[in-house]
Design a protein around this ligand. Structure first.
Ligand SMILES: Cc1cc2nc3c(=O)[nH]c(=O)nc-3n(C[C@H](O)[C@H](O)[C@H](O)COP(=O)(O)OP(=O)(O)OC[C@H]3O[C@@H](n4cnc5c(N)ncnc54)[C@H](O)[C@@H]3O)c2cc1C
Length: 513
């Protein structure tokens, strides 16, 4: 069996190392399963990780003052982040009623799409876990299974010994104690989507005293949580992983009293005077006086034959942050010519033998931020194939090769790979909005504010004397923020800004109609 201690993303291994380097003391607590190389100090009298010392570490390179965190050296920032992350995880582990989240194990077969979905969820949710690949009948039998084809694979094992065979995400969240029903019969604001826009709206809404609920169909963080490193977000000069950003935002929203329901999907909306009712996939009704739709976009697919077959079994969407450490020096192909593809290339280059970027355009310069273009140019194992596209996928149970066509020369080449990372943007999934009479543009983005006006007039059926507020849809009291909104800038900071701004309009709406 191949074991991979995946502290959900490798940056955290570095962060943990930084804790050690800077003098934090770890003990050998088997439940916490800290990698042996990090168990550097087992002296009698040292503190357990569950009591990790949060006082400033001894090294003068890592003082706790904010001004020092601004220094260009990565050491001080990563140290501060490390202390915080480990402590938080311990707090979360201790607060988890059913079990410790520190040592989940996931057993599964290579190329299992279901196992990938669980890895992705755990990674985005900042849950450290150990991925253990089961590759023979004997190995499966040693786990008490019938063999490699046992339907209980993938299997999740929790520290209390409970094993869940082929679990759904909902079952995992239940086991972690994270699955919950809404605590109120009515809220002031219901926010759909816990990406940067939704989390920001939750922070501002709850901190301003509104009874706030956030409904998220998957894990917190949205697209951002799949980013290995966000470097252009204000206040983080050394960058931070999207999962870390999401975890910080989640914690902040919860501290202010926002309720977050994860693994719950909004599928329908009913709007009557003063009530915004969202109906979730399982029939639960969320009643609120106002609602913010922050459901972002869902990754676009290539639209190739076989693509569905290989999803999670060689074909991955987004930056594939949960998968990079598993690619084990193999060649990796990344499709897309935008910032997220560039980030993925840089991240995979740390693990892969060779990374090939397949880009439709003539160059990266017009579509990728300059700092990423420079990084790619200096990465020795990244090649950029411009004017190219992926035209075929082949394999058996998993992806084995991709065919790339040069659009200018009309020539093709086949690359043997088990790793195709697709970063070609996203599409909003707003079918519910059409059914509820909410105006969308041709691509499905929600239209708001002045964009709803025709010849200076509010949209047909608009019931109020005033015009729709800036982020308001044609349904009074229903707002849109972030990537799902027509005309929005597709960036973390913009989504966060719109989430915050939407709350201001919610206040106006609740006060004046
Ligand atoms: C790999 C990658 C790297 C990126 N890197 C950067 C970067 O470095 N800098 C930068 O500025 N931007 C970056 N971006 C873009 C940035 O992440 C997005 O602009 C931002 O996440 C948009 O936030 P959002 O909240 O509007 O939507 P999203 O992030 O898309 O979040 C929407 C959330 O809504 C949930 N949802 C959808 N439908 C429903 C439903 N029906 N019910 C409940 N929940 C639902 C989704 O599961 C998701 O969690 C990157 C994007 C990607 C994909």
């Amino acid at each position: 069996m191949n074991h991979l201690m995946a502290f959900s993303w490798p940056a955290n291994i570095r962060q943990l190392q930084s804790v050690v380097e800077h003098g934090a003391i770890l003990c050998d607590d088997p439940l916490l399963r800290v990698p042996p190389e990090l168990m550097v100090d087992k002296r009698p009298g040292t503190k357990a990780l569950s009591r990790l010392d949060t006082a400033p570490p001894r090294s003068s390179a890592c003082p706790p003052q904010r001004s020092n965190r601004r220094s260009s050296g990565s050491e001080s920032t990563s140290c501060a982040t490390a202390r915080r992350t480990v402590t938080q995880r311990v707090e979360r582990a201790e607060s988890c009623s059913a079990c410790s989240i520190m040592s989940a194990k996931l057993y599964g077969r290579t190329g299992s799409a279901h196992a990938h979905a669980i890895r992705d969820f755990l990674h985005r949710s900042d849950v450290p876990f150990e991925w253990i690949e089961v590759s023979s009948d004997d190995e499966a039998r040693a786990l008490g299974l019938d063999g490699l084809n046992d339907p209980r694979l993938p299997m999740c094992e929790f520290p209390d010994g409970t094993r869940l065979g082929h679990p759904t995400i909902r079952q995992i969240t239940e086991k972690l104690g994270w699955f919950r029903d809404p605590s109120r019969s009515e809220y002031d604001v219901a926010i759909y989507g816990a990406g940067p826009a939704g989390l920001s709206a939750a922070v501002y809404s709850a901190s301003e005293g509104l009874k706030t609920v956030v409904i998220e169909r998957w894990a917190v963080g949205g697209q951002a949580s799949s980013s290995p490193k966000i470097e252009n977000y204000l206040g983080f000069p050394d960058g931070l992983s999207g999962a870390d950003l999401a975890e910080r935002a989640r914690e902040q929203a919860c501290r202010f009293g926002a309720e977050i329901l994860i693994a719950r999907e909004g599928v329908r909306g009913e709007f009557s005077a003063g009530k915004r009712v969202g109906i979730l996939e399982d029939g639960t009704k969320i009643v609120a006086r106002a609602a913010i739709c922050a459901t972002g976009v869902t990754y676009k697919r290539l639209g190739l034959p076989n693509e569905d077959r290989f999803v999670g079994a060689g074909v991955y969407y987004g930056a594939g942050a949960s998968e990079a450490a598993l690619c084990g020096k193999e060649p990796v192909v990344i499709v897309g010519g935008g910032n997220s593809a560039a980030q993925a290339a840089i991240h995979f280059a740390k693990y892969a033998r060779r990374v090939t970027m397949v880009v439709r355009e003539d160059s990266l310069k017009s579509t990728v931020s300059a700092y990423l273009v420079d990084r790619i140019a200096s990465a020795k194992n990244v090649e950029v194939l411009t004017n190219t596209e992926v035209v075929a996928l082949d394999g058996d149970e998993i992806l084995r090769s991709v065919t790339i066509r040069n659009r200018n020369a009309n020539t093709t080449q086949t690359v043997q790979t088990r790793w195709l990372i697709v970063c070609i943007g996203g599409l909003p999934h707003t079918e519910w909005a059409a059914a509820a009479g909410v105006i969308r543009d041709e691509a499905g983005y929600l239209v708001t504010g002045a964009d709803l006006q025709q010849n200076g007039q509010p949209p047909q059926g608009w019931p109020l004397d005033r015009a729709p507020y800036y982020l308001e849809t044609n349904v009074p009291g229903l707002f849109a923020a972030g990537d799902v909104r027509h005309g929005s800038v597709k960036r973390c900071a913009s989504a966060v800004g719109e989430g915050a701004m939407a709350v201001t309009f919610v206040h106006r709406y609740l006060a004046n109609g």
